[in-house]
Design a binder for this molecule. Structure first.
Ligand SMILES: *Cc1c(COP(=O)(O)O)cnc(C)c1O
Length: 396
């Protein structure tokens, strides 16, 4: 592995120098008003990224997994019904966490490569007449398969069933890279982390709670201490945490939010879309297919690429690391060995992406796959280049 090459794993993502420096802070008194000048802009900025006017934002020293636990333990009690679909490794892990907390799971097994089945959610919710289901889980972007699901459709399913369950969305690999609409989609808890779209080291679990989810925390009986949002809210009211906050990371988050605001959220999303589309054109030029079953499901932050039957996709990742010092993602769970993943989120430019495609191509040729050197790179170049007639905007 090389420290010079960008990484193409779907998190943690490449860190802009300015963010690395912002995390490198002298010690301050975390109970002084100075900490408030870091904390409050972080909370405001996250709310903006979530496209929410009213979300209660909490930042814990944890990762996305801690964000899942924050969502569950603050709103639910053992035995509560939870509806979820399993369509990849991350939805699987969240379901596993629910089971360990004694929640009563209704699981919709969904082929890996498919999106969340909003129609099945609606059927199940309609049958749940006594409202035993208290929460519906939705993984916005399944990082294992490169599948983006339609959260508005899940909200529509809840509404069509006239069901009061809360909607919890895992946006760890979408928020700050892909459009996310907390208010419009009626999200009750949104979960993300620092090391993906926010371009920071791992270490922050970032969550947004609706008024309804805040209210649910009053009656929720699952045990929680470290992840208690009401303790956290009390801390924030005094410019602090209930314990020692990771000040440097939060200073990084403050700058990350400034950078996202400066580029413009919609520009951030369209940059991700453009870079992803170049990758997709390369994949198609290689004669390969995505794990995502149809174009409406294609993720703008990660592509999981199927390799031919009998070929071990993990060999691509191993060889890229050992021979060319470049990191790609392996297949996880059910698709281990069947796909390799190209992460294309966070701090990336077209030029960086071309380097990743060039290395992936060399590796595939080395390993005997029927891929022509330059074919994918050329397809992406053709899409990225600023032809005089295309009118495409310059890359950031
Ligand atoms: C990365 C990721 C997570 C959380 O992973 P952590 O390692 O705990 O930060 C959860 N869900 C999705 C979809 C992810 O991509």
């Amino acid at each position: 592995m090389s420290f010079q090459n960008p990484v193409f794993i779907p998190g943690p993502t490449n860190m802009p120098e300015a963010l690395r420096k912002a995390c490198d802070m002298p010690t301050i008194d975390h109970r002084s008003p100075l900490f408030g000048t870091i904390l409050h802009p972080c909370i405001e900025g996250v709310r903006t990224v979530l496209k929410s006017e009213s979300a209660h934002v909490f930042i814990f020293p944890a990762t996305g997994t801690g964000g899942w636990e924050t969502a569950l333990t603050n709103t639910l009690s053992a035995g509560d019904g939870v509806l979820a679909a399993r369509n990849g490794m991350f939805s699987h892990r969240w379901i596993d966490m629910c089971q360990r907390h004694g929640l009563d799971m209704r699981i919709v097994e969904t082929p890996w490569g498919q999106g969340l089945p909003a129609d099945k959610y609606e059927e199940i919710l309609k049958r749940d007449r006594d409202h035993r289901i208290k929460a519906v889980l939705a993984t916005h972007n399944e990082t294992a398969t490169g599948v983006k699901s339609d959260i508005a459709a899940v909200r529509a399913a809840l509404d069509a069933a006239n069901h009061p369950a809360m909607l919890f969305v895992d946006g760890v690999s979408s928020i700050a890279s892909m459009d996310f609409r907390f208010d419009e989609w009626g999200v009750d808890v949104a979960v993300t982390g620092s090391q993906k779209g926010f371009m920071l080291p791992a270490g922050l679990a970032i969550v947004g709670f609706s008024d309804k989810a805040m209210k649910a925390s009053q009656g929720a009986a699952l045990p929680r201490t470290f992840f208690d949002i009401n303790d956290m809210a009390q801390g924030y009211a005094n410019n602090g945490f209930p314990y020692t906050p990771p000040v440097g990371l939060m200073n990084g988050l403050k700058l990350s939010l400034d950078m996202l605001r400066e580029e413009g959220l919609e520009n951030v999303f369209s940059r991700h879309h453009r870079i992803a589309e170049g990758v997709r054109r390369a994949v198609s030029a290689w004669g390969l297919e995505l794990c995502a079953a149809s174009p409406d499901l294609y993720s703008d932050t990660v592509s999981a690429i199927r390799t031919p039957e009998g070929f071990n996709a993990t060999d691509i990742v191993t060889r890229a690391a050992n021979e060319y010092g470049m990191a790609f993602g392996v297949g996880l769970g059910e698709v281990a060995g069947k796909v390799f993943r190209i992460g294309h989120l966070g701090s990336l430019t077209d030029a960086m992406m071309l380097s990743g495609l060039a290395v992936a191509e060399m590796v595939m040729v080395d390993l005997g796959l029927d891929v022509k050197l330059g074919s994918g790179v050329a397809a992406a170049q053709d899409f990225y280049r600023h032809g005089s007639s295309s009118g495409r905007k310059a890359a950031a």
